[in-house]
Design a protein around this ligand. Structure first.
Ligand SMILES: [Zn+2]
Length: 340
């Protein structure tokens, strides 16, 4: 069963104003993390390249780290220890210390870490109807606090690019924002970078549209739907519930490219015949270690992207599982019934 294409041309331009960013670079203090990262033995960066990988296991010295314990992966080889958290100023295009060797030594500036695919893993990959998959995993229950997207080539399964912004709530008082961020990001040591970099949801969407246009994923003039690409989320909450809510809070129209998506949990159930309650369950069942900090959006998005890559290498086929009715935006049709 497949959905009929819905014309989206009625959803025109959404934003017009330009914004200026004010940024100052602070001293960063990040908690040690425990993670597994891949390093590539090739320097290839294009979307069509597939690189071979060696896996480097990194152990935290601090046992109080907020990251969950790592499970062993029999098929991977531990080659050396390496500890380097991602520079979250860099992920948002705001690192001003790229010429500082100490900073570069301390923080990773390559978001593709952990997302390379072995050429030998591609033999079972099914033909996909989409060229690109945009993994999205929002953070923020009351208002969106983080908007991370990882772009995967649906044919080579290679990492192409990412988009990452921290988002400043519009409806909350400064005091509430302060408490909210302390509670959520303080415990993983990224509250400072959040305060230094967060911008409004409206600005995030403006910048995201520029990013999508750069990758030829989207064209406002052509109706605004994604071109041979789809969002991939873990559950329906992100695009069914949270984005429309945030658009209301931010007094914006729902952008047309958020009208349909792939719920990875639906595909997972169909393919493996097992119901997954969330990302952690899927990773556990697939015997995949968690990378980075759980509930840091960019890390969760990378982990979901790794689950997606794994499902694709196992032969799963991606298809749109949820679509919002163009006539009634509150009405979402699901490809499969009784799903979460
Ligand atoms: Zn940096």
């Amino acid at each position: 069963m497949a959905f009929a294409r819905v014309p989206l041309s009625r959803f025109g331009g959404v934003f017009s104003s330009n914004s200026k960013l004010i940024f100052r670079f602070p001293n960063i203090s990040l908690s040690p993390i425990r993670s597994v990262v891949n390093i590539t033995s090739s320097t290839a960066t294009s979307s069509s390249s597939v690189t071979t990988t060696k896996v480097v296991v990194e152990e935290a010295e601090d046992s109080s780290s907020s990251s969950p314990p790592m499970t062993s992966v029999p098929t991977m080889t531990t080659t050396k220890r390496w500890r380097k958290p991602m520079c979250l100023y860099y992920t948002q295009g705001k690192c001003t210390m790229m010429d500082d060797p100490i900073h570069l030594q301390k923080f990773d500036h390559d978001c593709s870490s952990g997302l390379q695919v072995n050429a030998t893993d591609l033999q079972n990959v099914s033909a996909q109807n989409l060229d690109y998959l945009l993994v999205l995993d929002l953070e923020g229950k009351v208002e969106i606090l983080e908007f991370p997207v990882v772009m995967i080539d649906a044919k080579t399964l290679g990492f192409v690019d990412f988009f990452h912004r921290f988002v400043r709530p519009t409806k909350m008082s400064e005091k509430r924002v302060e408490e909210y961020i302390e509670g959520k990001y303080g415990k993983i040591g990224v509250d400072r970078v959040w305060h230094d970099t967060a911008i409004s949801f409206e600005e995030v969407i403006q910048q995201f549209e520029i990013w999508m246009t750069h990758h030829r994923l989207w064209d406002r003039e052509l109706g605004g739907a994604l071109r041979r690409a789809a969002f991939v989320t873990c559950g329906n909450w992100d695009l069914k519930t949270k984005v429309p809510q945030q658009c209301k809070d931010s007094s914006m129209k729902l952008p047309p490219y958020f009208m349909e998506w792939i719920n990875l949990k639906d595909i997972y159930l169909n393919f493996y015949k097992r119901r997954a309650t969330g990302m952690m369950t899927m990773m556990k069942e697939l015997d995949m270690p968690l990378v980075g900090s759980h509930h840091l959006g960019i890390d969760d998005t990378k982990n979901i992207a790794r689950v997606l890559q794994r499902m694709l290498t196992d032969g799963a086929q991606m298809q749109i599982t949820a679509r919002r009715s163009s006539g009634s935006l509150d009405n979402v049709k699901f490809l499969f019934k009784n799903r979460i």
